[in-house]
Design a binder for this molecule. Sequence first.
Ligand SMILES: [Zn+2]
Ligand SMILES: [Zn+2]
Length: 364
Amino acid sequence: MRITEIGTVKNNFDSEKNPFEIKKHKSQIIIKDEFLEGLYRIEEYEFIDIVFEFNQSDSYELKATTLRGNYKGVFSTRKPDRPSSIGITTVKLLEVKGNILTVIGLDALNNTPVLDIKPVDFSMVENKLDHIRLEELKNNPRREIINDILRDDLETLLIKAASIHGHYCPGITLGVMAAVKAMKIIRDNSDGLEDLLAITETNNCFSDGIQFITGCTFGNNALIFRDIGKTAFTLTRRDGNGIRISTRADAKKFMRSAHPAFSESFQKVVKEQDHSKEEIIKFKESGKIRAFATLALDFDKLFKIEEIDVEIPGYAPSHESIVCKSCGEGTMSTRITDSTCFSCSGKKYNQLDGDGIHQLITKN
Ligand SMILES: [Zn+2]
Ligand SMILES: [Zn+2]
């Protein structure tokens, strides 16, 4: 085998474990003098592939858990620990100066030996990219969200979370921030992100951030609503080791510093119910500015984190469906008495709405 070290990576990362963190920063590749001519016309390319040696890896497993928490064979992953300790990463070429290439997007540590460089010709792959992305999302619909969490890309996550919430506001920002933090802590303490439960203590904007980021929702029974009215939530694995994150009592005051105009608008539109077009536009705009500005605030001034033991409810039971003799609609067996549904019999039932959980009686 003829493999030659053509150069070395230089950056500020000597031991970083999270490749997404390294990718966010610039790296330099110092090419050895004897290979300098090989760089001729490389600046014509915006993207290049860097082939390098994982020289700090000294063992491998044929099956292991990936950074995203999936258990896979080594050739289905990009893990550094592999039989041939070779890495390939597509990077953006920012500058070529003599024998120094400055790139961004490389996930190699400082002093990594570089084995080869190849230009990326997007005319060969461009049409395939959308197709590949869709196939990947069909296999794991939360793949991009998990990547954004690992990258700590709060802005992208806030934009995506707002797609279910409908607007930007400080509440959903707090939910996104708290949930990303909890997901990272839980992941660091275990080998994956599966089988999580979220317990939210409020049913306002905050909870949509929690649902979107954790993937624990009303529909998949992994979201528990504890109706106690606090901007707080707990993320736990099924072993009951949970992380509770609550907003500090003075967080509101601190957040005002992120965009004071929002507080005036909030007072007019929400508290005084001024729903004039002009005020609504101002409210939305300042909500957006406050929401994104809040992302930059000091996490520890906004939130308190604690480790707690959580009593875990059983998996959601699956009940058979029985047809109501009165209305003819299929009804879950635990919500039917004498073959009559609660709506038809006028029996009390629970409802979750803007004011929490209530017991109601059908009015026919
Ligand atoms: Zn909101
Ligand atoms: Zn009925």
